[in-house]
Write a protein that binds this ligand. Structure first.
Ligand code: ARG
Ligand code: ASP
Length: 725
C-alpha cells in the first residue's frame, strides 16, 4: 500500500496542491470521511448526508436564497445570523417599536411575526446527472450547439426525475461545467420571526470590527418554520403549525478548545479557486484597486454627513454597511493575495501542469491552454475594468445614477416590448423609488456623485467614456444636475413620469440627470458590453478546459473540490488561532470581558446594553459559562465564503457548537487562494447565543424547546472505553 502511494507521488506531478475545500455532502465517503475522522470526527459520512434515514442535512436549509440556517428544536425553531435576518427585523420595526435597536422576543407562538415572500429550502436528495446532461455533446459542432444540447438535456432530466408534488428538481453546474448535480428540494414559505437581540449585541462592533478578529459579536436571530397540518410546505396561513423536522441539531453546552474538530454545513455562494495566475494578477493590480478606490470616495463623503446628522445616520446606516462590507473585504483580499504570493504559487502550479501535460503526451489537448488563458485575460482586462467601474458608479454607489440607470432600462423596455410592458415596469419602479427615496438625502448624494464621477472619469479608459467627461468641470456638472434634475426626489420623479409612455420618455430625455446617465450608459452598451460578454464566454470555455485538465491530471487523492456555487457543502477543520503579523499571536476564543473592553457608551458601533453590563458585573452566566467566563466568538480553519453566514458549526458528534458569520481579514483571499495558516472563519459560540436568549432576554420557553447536551462528558467516557480495549 505504502509503496504504491510513494510511486504515485513521484510520478504524478502535484498539479494542484490545494488546501481547504467545500465538499459535496453526497460524496464524502472515502478521502473526506477518513480525513474528518482523523481530525476527531466520531460520525460517518452517512450521518451527515443520507437519503433514506434522517441526517444532519435535514436540519440545514438555505435561508431566503442567500444565507444558511439550521433547525434547533422539534418545533421548527430556526437559527441564523442577525445580519441575515436584518431586513426582516427592520421591516417589523417602527419608531415606537424599533426591534433593530431594542431587539425582539416573541412571548409565544401567536406573537411570532410572519414575513411574506420569505423562504427556506431543504435539500432532500443530490444525484450526479453528468452523463445524462452531457449526452450527445461530443458531436456538437460549436460551443453554442453544445450549450443548446446541455440545456435540453437538463430540462428532460428535471422533468423525468421523480419528486413529490410539493418538491422541486433543479440542476447545478460544478467544476466549471464538467459535472452536473440534480437537487430535489423542498421550500417552506411561512417563516416567522421569533427573536433577535438588539443591534448592540447582534451587530456589536459594526463596520470597525467587520472582517476582523478578535471579535465580540452576538450575530444571531431566530425564526420558525410553519407547515400545513400535514407538515408540508404551505403559503402563510394562521392555521399553519410549527414544522416537525426530520432532524434538528442538539445544542452543546461543552464549548470548544484549540484543535477541536469542527464541521460547517451550509450554502457557500461563489469562489474562484482555479483561476490562472494572470487572472489573479488582474484582480490584484486592476480590478480591486478600481472598486476599492471608487467605494472609498463614496464612503468618505457619506461618513462626513452621518457623523454630524442623526437622521442621515439612520437613513444611510444600511446602505453604508453594504458598501463598506465588500470594500473592506477586497482590501484584505488583495493584501492576503500579495502576502501569500498567490500569483507565484499559481505560476508554479501552472508549470507543473504543463510538465504533466507534456509527460503524458497531452499537448494536443492542453498544450496551448495556459497561453490561451494569458491572451484571453489580457484582452479582457480593459473591458473587465470598464465593466466594474460602470457598475460601481452607475449601479452601486450613487443613488441618482442608479435610479437614472433603472429609468434608462425602462426606456429600453418601451422600445423592445411596447407600452403595456413599459407601464407595468414603470409602476413597479415607482413603488421601489417610493421606498428608497424615503432614505434619500440629495445633499449627501450630490457630494458622492461629484467625487465618484471624478474617480470614474480619471480611471475609465477614454474610449469607453461618452464625450469629454474627463475635461468637464465636475463641480459644474454636479451642480447643474442636482439643481435641475427631477431625479433628486420621489415627488418630482413621479411627476416627470406622468402621462402616457411617450410623454414620460420625452420628459425623461429633457431631464439633465437622466440625459447624463443615458449618454454614459449608451456608450457602455455600445463600446464595453458586447466585447465584455464575448470575452467572458471565451474565458469560461477556457476555464472549463483548465478545470477538466486539473481533474484529469491530478493524483487520485488530490484535494480538487468544486468552486462554491450556492449549493449545500460541507467544510471542516479545527478550532485554531493564528499569527496575523510578526510577533502577534491570536487566541481562538473571545470572551465577554472583551465586549466590556470595547464598550464606548452611546457609540453607534460599540455601545453595550445596560442589562448585559449588569449580567457581566454579577457574572450571572447560568449554565453557559466556561471557568467563570462567558465565551463569545471563536475561529477555526473551516473554508467558508459569503452564503455560509448562518451556517451551523457542528462538533465531532453532530451537535451545534457555534454559528458561522464571518472570516478574518488577513485570510479573506480564501475565495481565490486558501491559506491554512491565516484563513479562518469566525463563529458565535453556541453558549453565548443560549446565554443571550436565556439570561439577557428571559426567553426561557425557547431554551426549553431545544435539546441541550454535554457531549464531551460522554466523549471522555468513550475514549476511556477505547483505551481499555
Ligand atoms: N463580513 C460579513 C459578511 O460578509 C458580515 C457582514 C455583516 N456585518 C456588517 N457589519 N456589515 O457578510
Ligand atoms: N459574512 C459572510 C456571509 O454573510 C460570510 C463570509 O463571507 O465569510 O455569508
Amino acid at each position: 500500500m505504502k509503496l504504491i502511494r510513494i510511486f504515485i507521488f513521484l510520478f504524478a506531478f502535484p498539479v494542484f496542491a490545494q488546501e481547504g475545500g467545500m465538499w459535496i455532502p453526497s460524496l464524502l465517503e472515502g478521502m473526506n470521511e477518513d480525513e474528518m475522522q482523523s481530525l476527531g470526527m466520531k460520525m460517518s459520512a452517512e450521518d451527515i448526508y443520507s437519503v433514506n434515514q434522517s441526517s444532519l442535512k435535514d436540519a440545514v436549509p438555505h435561508f431566503n436564497g442567500g444565507c444558511t440556517s439550521e433547525v434547533i428544536s422539534p418545533k421548527g425553531l430556526l437559527l441564523t445570523n442577525h445580519h441575515c435576518g436584518y431586513s426582516q427585523i427592520q421591516s417589523h420595526s417602527t419608531v415606537e417599536n424599533d426591534y433593530l435597536k431594542d431587539g425582539f422576543w416573541a412571548k409565544n407562538l401567536e406573537a411570532e411575526l410572519p414575513n411574506p415572500g420569505m423562504t427556506v429550502t431543504f435539500i432532500k436528495e443530490i444525484t450526479d446527472v453528468t452523463e445524462q446532461v452531457l449526452k450527445g455533446t461530443e458531436n456538437a459542432s460549436s460551443e453554442e450547439e453544445r450549450q443548446q444540447i446541455i440545456e435540453k438535456n437538463k430540462q428532460s432530466v428535471i422533468d423525468s426525475s421523480p419528486k413529490e408534488a410539493w418538491q422541486t428538481n433543479r440542476i447545478s453546474t460544478f467544476y466549471e461545467g464538467n459535472q452536473f448535480m440534480l437537487f430535489r428540494v423542498e421550500t417552506f414559505k411561512d417563516i416567522r420571526l421569533v427573536g433577535a437581540p438588539p443591534s448592540s449585541i447582534g451587530k456589536f462592533g459594526s463596520d470597525t470590527d467587520n472582517w476582523m478578529w478578535p471579535r465580540h459579536t452576538g450575530d444571531f436571530s431566530l425564526f420558525r418554520i410553519y407547515a400545513d397540518k400535514n407538515n408540508k410546505p404551505a403559503e402563510y396561513s394562521k392555521d399553519n403549525v410549527p414544522y416537525k423536522p426530520k432532524h434538528f441539531l442538539p445544542v452543546s453546552l461543552d464549548g470548544v478548545e484549540q484543535n477541536d474538530f469542527t464541521l460547517v454545513f451550509g450554502f457557500p455562494g461563489t469562489t474562484d479557486e482555479y483561476l490562472p495566475a494572470v487572472a489573479v494578477e488582474q484582480i490584484v493590480n486592476t480590478i480591486n484597486p478600481a472598486r476599492i478606490g471608487l467605494r472609498e470616495v463614496a464612503l468618505k463623503e457619506q461618513d462626513v454627513f452621518m457623523r454630524k446628522d442623526q437622521q442621515i445616520k439612520i437613513q444611510y446606516a444600511s446602505k453604508y454597511a453594504r458598501i463598506a462590507n465588500y470594500y473592506k473585504k477586497w482590501i484584505g483580499e488583495s493584501q492576503g493575495l500579495k502576502k501569500t504570493d498567490a500569483v507565484g504559487i499559481k505560476k508554479a502550479q501552472e508549470k507543473a501542469f504543463m510538465n504533466t501535460v507534456k509527460a503524458k503526451g497531452l499537448s494536443k489537448e492542453y498544450g496551448s491552454l495556459l497561453s490561451d488563458l494569458d491572451k484571453a485575460y489580457a484582452e479582457y482586462e480593459d473591458y473587465n475594468l470598464a465593466y466594474n467601474l460602470f457598475s460601481e458608479a452607475f449601479i452601486r454607489n450613487v443613488e441618482l445614477l442608479r435610479n437614472g440607470f433603472q429609468l434608462y432600462q425602462l426606456e429600453q423596455v418601451l422600445q423592445a416590448r411596447g407600452e403595456q410592458s413599459f407601464n407595468d415596469r414603470k409602476a413597479n419602479l415607482l413603488e421601489d423609488f417610493k421606498a428608497s427615496y424615503k432614505d434619500y438625502n440629495a445633499q449627501v448624494d450630490e457630494k458622492v456623485f461629484e467625487k465618484v464621477i471624478a474617480f470614474y472619469a480619471e480611471n475609465m479608459p477614454e474610449q469607453f467614456m461618452a464625450n469629454n467627461l474627463k475635461s468637464q468641470n465636475k463641480l459644474t456638472l454636479t451642480n447643474n444636475i442636482y439643481n435641475n434634475s427631477a431625479l433628486t426626489s420621489y415627488a418630482s420623479i413621479e411627476k416627470l413620469l406622468e402621462g402616457n409612455a411617450n410623454d414620460a420618455v420625452k420628459a425623461l430625455n429633457e431631464d439633465p440627470g437622466y440625459s447624463f446617465v443615458k449618454e454614459q450608459a449608451q456608450k457602455f452598451y455600445e463600446s464595453v458590453l458586447p466585447t465584455y460578454r464575448n470575452k467572458s464566454l471565451e474565458i469560461d470555455a477556457l476555464q472549463k478546459k483548465y478545470m477538466k485538465g486539473i481533474l484529469e491530471l491530478s493524483p487520485e487523492d488530490a484535494r480538487i473540490f468544486p468552486n462554491a456555487n450556492g449549493t449545500l457543502r460541507v467544510t471542516y477543520g479545527q478550532v485554531k488561532g493564528y499569527q496575523p503579523r510578526d510577533a502577534v499571536e491570536y487566541q481562538p476564543v473571545s470572551y465577554l470581558d472583551g465586549v466590556i473592553e470595547k464598550y464606548v457608551p452611546g457609540d453607534y458601533e460599540f455601545d453595550v446594553p445596560q442589562k448585559l453590563i449588569d449580567l457581566y458585573n454579577q457574572k450571572d452566566y447560568g449554565q453557559y459559562a466556561e471557568n467563570g467566563k462567558m465565551p463569545v466568538n471563536f475561529i477555526g480553519t473551516n473554508h467558508t465564503t459569503g452564503g455560509n453566514s448562518g451556517s451551523p458549526v457542528i462538533d465531532a458528534n453532530g451537535n451545534l457548537i457555534g454559528l458561522n458569520f464571518d472570516r478574518v481579514w488577513e485570510g479573506t483571499m480564501s475565495d481565490i487562494y486558501y491559506d491554512p495558516s491565516i484563513s479562518r472563519n469566525i463563529m458565535v459560540d453556541a453558549r453565548y447565543i443560549l446565554f443571550i436568549i436565556d439570561k439577557y432576554a428571559g426567553a426561557t420557553h425557547l431554551i426549553d424547546e431545544m435539546k441541550l447536551v454535554h457531549p464531551k462528558q460522554k466523549g471522555k467516557n468513550k475514549r476511556k472505553d477505547k483505551k481499555k480495549k
